[in-house]
Design a protein. Structure first.
Ligand SMILES: Nc1ncnc2c1ncn2[C@@H]1O[C@H](COP(=O)(O)OP(=O)(O)O)[C@@H](O)[C@H]1O
Ligand SMILES: [Mg+2]
Length: 555
């Protein structure tokens, strides 16, 4: 009985225990369920967040790709375009959709297909490539590109990423630089030749003059000497054209009204231009004054108008217009050596035959001409180019075969400034002190000396600047005027003038040269351009000797 009771109790106890266990198990399970639920919702949140992040980073990468400043083209291993960004489509003139699915060959020039194929093979063998090439745009024009390409393996597929940079502007600037360097060296060459010729012609002209002065000269000989003189003068005019190209002709800048110069030039040329050609003028009437040499700007216009006339056969029109433009580096591709600022634009356009592409590069070179032998000298545009450069401006040409040509010239606007006045000539030949002449070219030296002697001056002449300077050092009291050449070996004329000025700051000086170069801070009382005639020499000598102390600064 007891045993049964014990068993009964034990059973109960056991049962209760089970119940407790069961209850606790149930409790655990629901807790666990709760936990799992929490965990899974946390996980869901995390996944959602990660997905968001992924989307964001994908969108960022896509945007970076799409709006990169270089064109990006993705191709498969056959060259089929799988994707392009906006820039790649834009620089080729296509819509994106027009390019995707096409072979890259549609962007290549036909002559590049073989090398394109070779490049593809090199890329596929793992070699990265950087090269310059030209691509074909949708409208048939071409574009200069620098391409950087590489094959990339993604999930077993090979993709080629090709980055396209537009280098049209870079190429243009390079070509411009090359062209201006070339013109610069032709200029140096031409300038050198012209300088030597000037000395020779000065001698020829000067001695012709001296012979003609002789009272006992027979008319027969005089006539022959005049022929020599005329020929030498023709040569001299050619040389001065060459010098304007070499930018070493003398320039005396003053502010002037460009419209007036156009009017006067057109007036002058109207007589030689046939009635079949209409000359039109289109002026900005409120144009600011240009700073420059009126004669030289007239020369520019004459050359351009005559060329325009030559380009027109039969009926046609020449239009000359003036306007003001503000040149800034933004939105306008300024040549490197041109300053920003206000410019006057002078355009001469014609309805003539146009200039073939292959000539456009060369038209400004001296002696480039398409006119027959004996007709053109090929110096017209060379002069124009030199003069424009000398004025700190620049020139562009735009031409279409059969339609016409436009030359645009940009000249800097004058800053307010009043030109200095020079005293008029007074009297002649009163005997003063000695005149010291220094010129390394002894024929020129002799000529100056003889001319001065004939006019009653006492002269000391040296063909060596150092000797001249030495003489001045010991005799500076005697000397009342120095005539010095600027271009000399051994000692530069400028240095000579500086040293002489140091010895006597009040000494009067006349500089002679075939070039008008930058004399820096040197001031001279007179300037004599070679070749010169004895009359010109004497008028300057008198002017300087009699004149006030109004030194001209030939900057
Ligand atoms: N307005 C123009 N239209 C067509 N061709 C031109 C024009 N201006 C210049 N050219 C070309 O440029 C060349 C050089 O001109 P230029 O230096 O003035 O020398 P030239 O007139 O003596 O030939 C000309 O021979 C001509 O071929
Ligand atoms: Mg010409």
């Amino acid at each position: 009985m007891l045993a049964a009771a014990i068993i009964g109790l034990g059973w109960r106890y056991y049962n209760d225990k089970l119940l407790v266990k069961k209850l606790s198990l149930e409790y655990d399970l629901s807790k666990e369920k709760e936990r799992l639920k929490n965990y899974s919702s946390q996980l869901e949140e995390l996944v959602a967040e990660r997905t968001k992040e992924l989307r964001k980073s994908e969108a960022m990468l896509k945007t970076l790709h799409e709006y990169a400043n270089d064109g990006i083209v993705i191709m498969d291993d056959k060259g089929v375009i799988m994707d392009v960004n906006k820039k790649a489509a834009d620089i080729h003139g296509y819509e994106k959709a027009e390019l995707i699915g096409k072979n890259i060959e549609i962007l290549e020039l036909e002559k590049h297909h073989t090398i394109g194929y070779e490049r593809m093979n090199r890329l596929l063998s793992g070699e990265p490539l950087v090269f310059e090439t030209e691509h074909l745009r949708k409208d048939g024009s071409t574009i200069a590109l620098e391409i950087s390409a590489k094959a990339i393996k993604i999930d077993g597929d090979i993709l080629i990423q090709s980055i396209h940079r537009d280098i049209t502007e870079k190429k243009r600037l390079q070509a411009q630089l090359l062209h201006s360097q070339k013109m610069e060296s032709i200029g140096t060459l031409a300038g050198g030749i012209a300088h030597d010729f000037n000395n020779i012609l000065t001698t020829v002209l000067g001695y012709s003059d001296l012979i003609l002065i002789d009272e006992n000269l027979s008319p027969e000989v005089a006539k022959k000497v005049r022929v020599i003189e005329t020929a030498a003068r023709k040569a001299s005019s050619l040389v001065s054209k060459l010098l304007s190209f070499a930018r070493r002709g003398s320039i005396e800048p003053v502010p002037f009204d460009i419209n007036q110069v156009v009017n006067e030039t057109v007036e002058m040329l109207s007589r030689i231009i046939s009635n079949d050609i209409t000359i039109k003028r289109s002026f900005n009437v409120r144009i600011p004054p240009v700073m420059g040499d009126v004669n030289q700007v007239e020369q520019i216009l004459m050359n351009l108008i005559i060329n325009a006339k030559d380009a027109i056969s039969g009926n046609g029109e020449i239009t000359i217009s003036t306007s003001t433009v503000e040149l800034s580096s933004e939105g306008f591709s300024l040549p490197a050596d041109i300053r920003k600022g206000q410019y006057v634009k002078l355009s001469v356009s014609d309805t003539g035959k146009g200039i073939p592409e292959e000539h456009r590069e060369r038209i400004f070179e001296p002696f480039f001409t398409t006119q027959g032998v004996g007709k053109g000298t090929g110096l017209g545009l060379a002069m124009v180019y030199g003069i424009v450069k000398e004025h700190g401006g620049y020139i562009t040409v735009d031409s279409e075969i059969g339609v016409g040509t436009t030359f645009d010239i940009y000249l800097p606007v004058a800053e307010a400034r009043t030109p200095g006045s020079r005293s008029d000539l007074i009297d002649n030949g009163k005997s003063v002190g000695e005149i010291l002449v220094v010129d390394d070219e002894f024929t020129v030296l002799d000529l100056i000396k003889e001319t001065l002697l004939r006019n009653g001056f006492s002269v000391k002449a040296f063909d060596n600047p150092l000797q001249g300077l030495n003489y001045f050092r010991t005799n500076s009291k005697k000397v009342s005027l120095v005539i010095a050449d600027i271009v000399m070996p051994e000692m530069d004329g400028i240095q000579l003038i500086e040293s002489i000025r140091e010895l006597n700051p009040n000494i009067k000086i006349i500089a002679t040269t075939g070039f008008s170069q930058n004399l820096g801070d040197i001031e001279v009382e007179g300037f004599l351009k070679k070749p010169f005639q004895s009359s010109k020499l004497m008028s300057i000598v008198r002017e300087v000797l009699n004149g006030e102390d109004d030194a001209v600064n030939l900057k």
